[in-house]
Design a binder for this molecule. Structure first.
Ligand SMILES: NC(=O)c1ccc[n+]([C@@H]2O[C@H](COP(=O)([O-])OP(=O)(O)OC[C@H]3O[C@@H](n4cnc5c(N)ncnc54)[C@H](OP(=O)(O)O)[C@@H]3O)[C@@H](O)[C@H]2O)c1
Length: 172
């Protein structure tokens, strides 16, 4: 099972601004995120990210599996492809494998990415660097003690100002 992260960040590595308004994200990031979700057909996100995207902007609605991390027992969705869970990352990877998935992509946010990185189950990361700098907001990772080394796989210019960096996480 291959687990990837697809995330946009400011040039100083923050994934949301202090206004929490995503007006700095390029259409190319949105297109890239949608494309990898539709290719992998298994998407993982946290409940806060889900609440931003649902119901109109979820990347998968007709097929595949959308896993939403939440501690809430009461969470429900009108979409049968959405699975709410408080399972840990290893259990989620196993659940997706049991459903026949071979790839899954984590699309945010900080808490969810950090949980999967801490569990050591992430293989690679697509880091879309947008041409902005801001001081407040959320970092990519929180509560991650490990220092991970990355191997650069590809650099893709998405538009005149936005670069996509694809790194694999080096096995320690
Ligand atoms: N730049 C980008 O590409 C991008 C993409 C997506 C999101 N974002 C930004 O990221 C921000 C959201 O990030 P976030 O860290 O606040 O939230 P998040 O990771 O989207 O969701 C956090 C929630 O997920 C649940 N959760 C997380 N880890 C869990 C675990 N181990 N077990 C059970 N449930 C768990 C909890 O839900 P409950 O509270 O329901 O228990 C938690 O409150 C937003 O501001 C959004 O704009 C940016």
């Amino acid at each position: 099972m291959k687990i990837s992260i697809y995330i946009a960040a400011s040039a100083n590595g923050l994934i949301s601004n202090s206004r929490n308004v995503p007006d700095w994200l390029s259409p190319e990031y949105g297109a890239g995120m949608m494309a990898i979700c539709r290719e992998y057909k298994a998407v993982i996100m946290g409940r806060v990210t889900y609440d931003i995207l649902a119901p109109d902007y979820l990347p998968l609605t007709q097929e595949g599996t959308t896993v939403v991390l939440t501690t809430s027992e009461a969470a429900t969705s009108g979409n049968s492809t959405v699975v709410f869970t408080k399972a840990n990352p290893a259990e989620i990877v196993q659940m997706l494998a049991d459903r026949g998935h071979t790839h899954a992509v984590i699309i945010g946010g900080t808490a969810t990415i950090s949980a999967f990185v801490n569990a050591g189950v992430v293989d690679d990361i697509y880091f879309v660097m947008e041409p902005v700098l801001f001081g407040g907001g959320l970092p990519l990772l929180k509560g991650v003690e490990a220092e991970l080394k990355l191997n650069l796989l590809a650099v893709t210019k998405l538009n005149g100002n936005t670069v996509q960096l694809h790194y694999e996480i080096a096995k320690s």
